[in-house]
Design a protein around this ligand. Structure first.
Ligand SMILES: Cc1ncc(COP(=O)(O)O)c(C=O)c1O
Length: 335
């Protein structure tokens, strides 16, 4: 009988820190002793690492994934309406509104691309959204890849947006984000806009810089990115084989080449399952993010989100813990 005494956290930053503590502490002290705090060599190294990993000419380190989307719209001069899915995290839509554009939101059964000034496909939970099959016309494409590091390689879109929020596949010790692109004009714009267009009198920009310290920590973790991706896949496989026979559960899409930022099951008994797991020392998360009264979630997306449950999938979770999560989900449905 599997027994787990402590709560299995959905995600525990301390575990990852403890595992790589020596190296992370070393770079922390190195940065502090050098006094390299803002836009120094560690940010440049991070940008090189990221561009190489994604397969683009350029990368720019930023303060968050939200800022990456916002600055991409600015860089591309997008002023009108922007198409995006209802099934996404709030930030995709918020960045569009904050950039002075109008979101044109589509539901799960369709895609809107006519008459918009830009299109933001979103790769949720690490599953690649194949926008290439749509004849979208000559509008710029900004990929929200904040949940899909490792799944998007050699992209053909105008710009790709990344988040290094601590719980992401590659997580900072605070907020961080980036864009990657093959477009020199987009690269030049965002590189200067993130720092107020400081040396230029043409515009204001803002403070959207990636902290040098975050970049240094991320550079350490970059070495372990293949391991993080492989370990997440291993856990995903365990969930597939452990849970595939439960009729009341819809499994996530097993797509070739995808990554596992999240393993999201769906069930009509989502809320009861969530509570049952909590009572049994398993922390999970709902993937449900209401927008606003002016831009409510659309019906299919709202129903879909109300059935979602994200299971623990951090690389540092022990096999025994994942087995316990599976056991408890089985127990719930056999009750
Ligand atoms: C799909 C999506 N877009 C945008 C963001 C925003 O990223 P950040 O939290 O770094 O601003 C996130 C972060 O969770 C996300 O999941």
């Amino acid at each position: 009988m599997l027994c787990v005494e402590k709560m299995i956290k959905f995600w525990d930053p301390v575990r990852q820190y403890q595992k790589y503590k020596t190296e992370l502490d070393d770079v922390w002290f190195s940065v502090m002793n050098r006094g390299d705090l803002i836009l120094r060599e560690d940010v440049e190294k991070f940008e090189k690492n990221l561009a190489e990993f994604v397969g683009t000419k350029y990368a720019v380190g930023l303060s968050s994934g939200t800022d990456a989307i916002y600055l991409s719209l600015k860089a591309l001069g997008v002023k009108g309406s922007v198409a995006l899915p209802s099934y996404t995290f709030k930030a995709t839509c918020g960045a569009v509104i904050n950039a002075g554009c109008k979101p044109v939101i589509y539901d799960l059964d369709r895609i809107i691309y006519e008459g918009v000034s830009a299109f933001i496909p979103v790769h949720i939970a690490g599953e690649v959204y194949n926008f290439g099959k749509y004849d979208y016309g000559p509008v710029p494409i900004i990929e929200d890849a904040c949940q899909a590091l490792g799944a998007i390689k050699n992209p053909t879109s105008d710009v790709q947006c990344w988040s290094f929020y601590p719980a992401k596949i590659l997580g900072a010790a605070g907020d961080a984000g980036a864009i990657t692109t093959n477009r020199e004009d987009v690269y030049e714009y965002i590189k200067e806009a993130r720092n107020h267009f400081k040396m230029d009198n043409k515009d204001f920009g803002g403070n959207h810089r990636m902290d040098n310290l975050q970049a240094a920590l991320l550079n350490v973790k970059f070495k372990y990115l293949p391991h993080f991706l492989a370990k997440r896949k291993e856990i995903a496989d365990k969930y597939f084989s452990g849970l595939s026979r439960i009729k009341e559960i819809t499994l996530p899409n097993f797509q070739e080449g995808r990554v596992w930022q999240d393993w999201i099951l769906r069930t009509e008994k989502r809320d009861e399952l969530y509570e049952y797991l909590k009572e049994n020392n398993v922390e999970t998360q709902k993937n449900e993010y209401p927008f606003s009264p002016e831009y409510p979630k659309l019906p299919l997306a709202a129903k879909y989100e109300a059935e979602t449950l994200r299971l623990p999938i951090q690389p540092e979770h022990a096999d025994q813990e994942i087995d316990f999560v599976i056991r408890k989900i089985k127990d719930f449905f056999q009750k």
